[in-house]
Design a protein around this ligand. Structure first.
Ligand SMILES: [Cu+2]
Length: 146
């Protein structure tokens, strides 16, 4: 067998192998909101499901639309006031499990957005997972009552 034939024979199973490794993360119901109070900021919400057989974790996010993007949660400060905190370890995604990012809970936080986002626009975000997988989304912007 010539070298070129060998490479052709190897190429197909290699491609199938890498395809099988990716796409274990599914994202549903993703959208973004923007804040008008104080410094303009935004937040994104979604359900992230790990359909794979290996535990994973959302560890970071980035966006062209903000100076900084952090993973946040809300905690009860003890006086009934909910405060946001950065979650340094990110959000766990056990095999077969999901992380629900929703208002009043975990969210992706956009800081330094310059101006509040406009309704009917979209915000680009890239989610970075512990597995090395990255998923880029265009989030629809929802404006409405807090
Ligand atoms: Cu936040």
């Amino acid at each position: 067998m010539k070298l070129t034939q060998l490479m052709a024979a190897l190429a197909v199973p290699l491609c199938l192998g890498s395809a099988a490794l990716a796409q274990t993360i599914e994202i549903e119901g993703a959208y973004a909101r923007t804040s008008f109070s104080g410094a303009p900021a935004g937040a994104a919400f979604m359900t992230i499901t790990n359909t794979g057989t290996t535990d994973d974790r959302l560890v970071a996010a980035r966006s062209d639309a903000a100076a900084r993007v952090e993973l946040h949660t809300h905690i009860d400060a003890g006086d009934g006031v909910m405060q946001m905190r950065e979650v340094e370890d990110g959000f766990p995604l056990p095999a077969g499990g999901a992380a629900v990012l929703e208002r009043g809970g975990d969210h992706v936080m956009f800081m330094g957005i310059g101006a509040p986002w406009e309704e009917d626009g979209t915000v680009n975000v890239t989610l970075i997972f512990e597995s090395g997988e990255e998923i880029t989304l265009d989030l629809p912007i929802r404006i409405g009552n807090n």
